[in-house]
Design a protein around this ligand. Structure first.
Ligand code: FAD
Ligand code: NAI
Length: 508
């Protein structure tokens, strides 16, 4: 009896303590304290973007240890988007709000004030060191564009979807890059279902409307196909029983296999899982045109075929944004890589090494354009900027001390100044700017049917694993890397909601 009482009390205390700690953390997140003002005399650091690279930089405490610099964030979206879970939003497993977090959530938790401007950079001038940006939202005030100077610029604007200027892509296909792409997909997909269920629709038209084509067998296309399959399997069978068996998913890939960056055994595993899930994979097949009701394909034997479909999702990779191309065009001798901005090993933009740093998908480096790379680069740069601020401060101090030592007449004071010069020189010599080194933590992808694949570095080799256990690992890995406690709670709740009640098929 005594033991049971002890267990009961311990459970009660732990529950109350846990609830109290949870409440304390949420309140602290909800009500950030007052901030110190920035020093307008100091250098201005402008960060362009609010994605993986930019937020990782802003999150690091180092960035505020560059202490007195004036920090400004400019981005057309005032939130961070957790892209790995975007395909889950597209099929309604997760709510849109669950995977985004306001950028002010980071900046308001900083000890010093950071300005946030919701705007789109339209021009960067590396010579005059200025950025022009415009308010691209629907509601505009009296002022909707301006130009500001910068001392240091962190350029992290990401990339946009590559269309290769293929006819009809922009007009007729959905992308899968931004939050509104996922929302558009969800809406159009449900529209296809409702239209197919319209009375009197002939069999051929129903077949077309229920054919979903995903272009691009990279991780985005594969994950979306897997999520789409889950939606059909788990929910549509219940709510559209007359249509369920008629829905088809086709994944089109120009290369000989899907997921070319994963290990061979995981490619095979994905292909066999898709076969079981009745997802057709067309490899060595290139989409040449997207029409309103079909896609035009170049088949492996080079013949051209037109495939009717209801919806096309275009996930054919990345290309640089216009603002990036324009910036590169201003430094044509050194910025001539079509993949993006060329940087040195310190992530300084070639041709503008003294002031511009570029990170993430907008750059052309030896690394894949992933969140993992962008966030490591952001974290590295935060430390680097801190080191640079320390160096600038010491150089300024050294200059003043040397002037003092050469002008002061009193011998004692001169000796003291010279001693301080030596100490400062030693401190300066200790500041080492190390080059960026990427540490690969592995690649993970969800392939549907509660299965995921993972290529994980181990010792000097690699472990390739796939299946249900990897899916649980995938879920826990993403849950723990989500941006905030709020995001974690919302995503976990969404997962639970789908398990209990299924996905929502009501169209907004
Ligand atoms: P982004 O995160 O795209 O951020 C760019 C920022 O710049 C945005 O805030 C944007 O609004 C802003 N911006 C755009 N134009 C301007 C402008 N003119 N002026 C100012 N700001 C501008 N990678 C992984 O490692 N693992 C994954 O599981 C994974 N899953 C993914 C799933 C999907 C569906 C997608 C699309 C990508 C996925 N990625 C994943 C890749 C990853 O999202 C990118 O590599 C990462 O977002 C790159 O970070 P970034 O900071 O360079 O760009
Ligand atoms: P991607 O560049 O990896 O893949 C695009 C695919 O589309 C390529 O395989 C290409 O051959 C194919 N393609 C291009 N044009 C085509 C055409 N006309 N017809 C048919 N196929 C065509 O692009 P994705 O998947 O958007 O990924 C972008 C980046 O984001 C990558 O670096 C990727 O690693 C990363 N990412 C990582 C994820 C993960 O780790 N789970 C998930 C999603 C993206």
């Amino acid at each position: 009896k005594g033991f049971l009482q002890f267990v009961g009390r311990a459970t009660l205390i732990t529950t109350i303590g846990g609830a109290g700690a949870f409440y304390y953390i949420t309140q602290r997140e909800k009500h950030p304290g007052p901030q110190m003002p920035f020093d307008p005399e100091k250098k201005t650091l402008v960060v362009l973007g609010s994605g993986w690279g930019a937020t990782s930089l802003l999150l690091k405490p180092w960035i505020q240890l560059t202490s007195t610099s004036h920090q400004v964030v400019v981005s057309p979206r005032n939130f961070f988007l957790f892209t790995p879970l975007l395909p889950s939003v597209a099929v309604g497993t997760l709510n849109t709000r669950s995977i985004i977090q306001s950028i002010r959530y980071i900046t308001r938790h900083k000890t010093r004030n950071v300005s946030v401007i919701e705007a789109e950079a339209t021009d960067v001038d590396p010579v005059s060191k200025t950025i022009s940006f415009k308010d691209s939202s629907d509601i505009k005030g009296a002022v909707s564009s301006t130009t500001v100077p910068y001392d240091y610029l962190v350029y992290a604007v990401g990339a946009e979807t590559q269309t290769f200027n293929i006819p009809g892509v922009k007009e007729h296909a959905c992308f899968m890059k931004e939050l509104n792409d996922a929302e558009r997909f969800q809406n159009e997909f449900l529209d296809c279902l409702e239209t197919a269920a319209f009375p009197g629709q002939d069999a051929q038209e129903v077949e077309r409307l229920l054919h979903m084509v995903v272009v691009g067998g990279g991780p985005t296309g594969v994950e979306l196909s897997g999520e789409l399959h889950d939606f059909l399997e788990n929910d549509l069978k219940s709510w559209y029983p007359e249509l369920a068996g008629k829905i088809r998913i086709t994944l089109v890939e120009a290369l000989p296999s899907v997921l070319p960056t994963f290990s061979k055994q995981l490619i095979n595993y994905t292909e066999s899982t898709f076969k079981e899930s009745k997802i057709d994979i067309l490899t060595k097949t290139m989409v040449k045109e997207v029409k309103e009701r079909s896609v035009v394909l170049q088949m492996p034997d080079k013949s051209i075929q037109e495939m009717p479909c209801g919806l096309v999702v275009w996930a054919a990779g990345n290309r640089g944004r216009k603002v990036t191309q324009d910036l590169m065009a201003k430094l044509p001798d050194v910025q001539n890589n079509r993949r993006g901005i060329v940087v040195d090993e310190y992530l300084r933009m070639k041709g503008a090494e003294d002031s511009i740093f570029a990170i993430g998908d907008c750059t052309a480096t030896a690394y894949a354009p992933t969140a993992q790379v962008a966030s490591q680069q952001g974290a590295y740069l935060a430390r680097q900027l801190h080191q640079m601020a320390k160096r600038d401060h010491l150089e300024e101090k050294l200059g003043k001390l040397e002037t003092l030592a050469s002008t002061v007449l009193d011998e004692e004071e001169k000796k003291k100044a010279l001693q301080e010069v030596e100490v400062t020189k030693k401190q300066l010599a200790k500041i080492k700017l190390r080059p960026f080194e990427y540490s690969h933590q592995g690649s993970l992808a969800y392939i549907g049917s509660e299965k995921a694949i993972a290529d994980l570095p181990f010792m000097n080799g690699n472990i390739a694993t796939g299946g249900v256990a990897t899916y649980l690992f995938w879920r826990s890995a993403y849950l723990s890397t989500l941006f905030s406690l709020r995001n974690r709670v919302l995503v976990a709740t969404d997962w639970m909601k789908v398990k209990l009640f299924g996905r929502d098929v009501a169209r907004e």
